[in-house]
Design a protein around this ligand. Structure first.
Ligand SMILES: Cc1cc2nc3c(=O)[nH]c(=O)nc-3n(C[C@H](O)[C@H](O)[C@H](O)COP(=O)(O)OP(=O)(O)OC[C@H]3O[C@@H](n4cnc5c(N)ncnc54)[C@H](O)[C@@H]3O)c2cc1C
Length: 375
């Protein structure tokens, strides 16, 4: 076995969270190693729906979401491509009268975070959106939201991190993870590695890493169900969602409509879409978007994501080990957040603090006899 290679920061997991942390750290001059057991951006970060959406998020996520959204505007400068980011606006639809109250309450909360949305209903709504079906009664439009191509964006963050000086190792799982009282000791294949800091961004598998420190949290794998149509004449102007969730849709430049909703199947390691779910959710989608009725579905898929009991991620310091940072459990909403999470993790490593509030994401919230986290 070779001598140990030392890094200031080792990152477990090359999804968008790990890769954006690697990029943020490398850009700030830190010697960082990004280890991915498969291929960077090939798991949830590369197969998701592609929603870049602040609208609909809970209040506690808003500061992080707003910070992350600003990073998305800098993609060409940061990763060398625009990732097919389209600032289309996100239209959150009301399907029943009670949904309007939800939209109004959310709009008031978002305004406090500096985010404006416009509510529309009745004849004005119908006139503006003739392509929406009768199931949509009105909606709230957040113009700064949009969508992007996850298959391009997520690997591009890892490549950019490498160009910025990070060591990026694919097909290399981190195992035998321990802390010897001074630093982390790890194994990556035949290689022995040491590190001052460890970032656990192993996605749905993050409890394996946390488990080495007896710090696993209640998290279960989920398998969001997705499909895409043949190219259709352009008609969906915005990224679409509904109050209460359950169906979302966007149309890409080429005309294909990407639609999601419900759950597929999986075994914690691999995911499969569900035909039954696709059929059921497609009925809801057609009630909102009648032009989909005769569309051919050309592909369905799913992916593995970690969901926590409160649907908020775990972001921040371990309670068990100094200089261990967790960032996982994004519960189906981490694509928008990840570039902001990378910056926040770099703040914690380099500055020992961050201006972005993280209290709601503390790992200790799952532990009744909470102990303070240790940086
Ligand atoms: C089908 C689907 C649709 C979604 N739609 C949206 C959406 O529209 N908008 C949105 O905001 N979010 C969405 N999400 C959620 C979003 O994709 C995730 O929250 C986000 O990608 C999580 O990023 P991550 O880096 O934490 O996880 P991942 O991308 O899963 O990355 C974790 C990585 O860690 C690696 N790994 C695990 N263990 C180890 C180890 N021991 N050593 C090395 N590597 C390891 C894995 O191989 C994996 O590549 C969706 C998710 C799915 C699955």
């Amino acid at each position: 076995m070779s001598d140990a290679v030392h890094y200031q920061v080792v990152i477990a997991g090359g999804g968008l969270v790990g890769a954006s942390a690697a990029l943020a750290l490398a850009r700030r001059g830190v010697r960082v190693g990004l280890f991915e057991r498969r291929y960077c951006g090939a798991q949830a970060s590369g197969v998701n729906y592609g929603g870049v959406r602040c609208q609909g998020r809970p209040a506690e996520q808003m500061p992080l979401a707003m910070r992350a959204r600003r990073v998305w505007d800098r993609l060409p400068e940061l990763i060398g491509i625009d990732g097919e980011l389209v600032v289309s606006g996100h239209l959150r639809l009301a399907r029943r009268d009670s949904d309007f109250a939800v939209l109004e309450t959310w709009a008031a909360m978002a305004r406090e975070h500096g985010l404006e949305t416009g509510l529309l209903a009745g004849a004005a709504f119908r006139k503006r959106y003739p392509w929406l079906g009768g199931a949509a009664l009105g909606g709230s439009l957040c113009m700064s939201d949009g969508h992007a191509n996850p298959r391009l964006v997520s690997p591009a963050f890892a490549r950019a991190a490498q160009r910025a000086g990070a060591v990026v190792r694919e097909q290399t799982a981190l195992t035998d993870i321990a802390h010897d009282g001074t630093r982390f000791q790890l194994r990556a294949g035949d290689e022995r590695i040491t590190a001052d800091w460890l970032i656990n961004s192993a996605g749905a598998w993050a409890n394996t890493v946390a488990g080495f420190f007896n710090e696993a949290v209640p998290m279960k794998p989920i398998y969001p169900n997705m499909w895409v149509t043949e190219p259709l004449p352009r008609f969906i102007a915005h990224n679409l969602g509904v109050v209460g969730g359950g169906v979302y849709a966007r149309q890409v430049e080429r005309g294909n409509c990407v639609i999601g909703g419900g759950r597929g199947h999986g075994d914690g390691e691999y995911a499969q879409p569900s035909t039954q779910t696709t059929r059921a959710v497609m009925r809801d989608a057609c009630a909102l978007l009648p032009a989909l009725r005769d569309a051919l579905l050309i592909r369905t898929w799913s992916g593995v994501e970690g969901e926590t009991p409160d649907s908020n991620p775990v972001i921040g310091a371990s309670q068990k080990v100094p200089r261990l940072l967790h960032a996982f459990g994004f519960s189906g909403g981490g694509f928008l957040l990840a570039p902001g999470v990378g910056e926040v993790l770099a703040d914690l490593v380099i500055d020992g603090e961050t201006s972005t509030p993280l209290d709601a994401f503390a790992i200790g919230r799952f532990n009744r006899s909470a102990i303070p986290a240790v940086l």
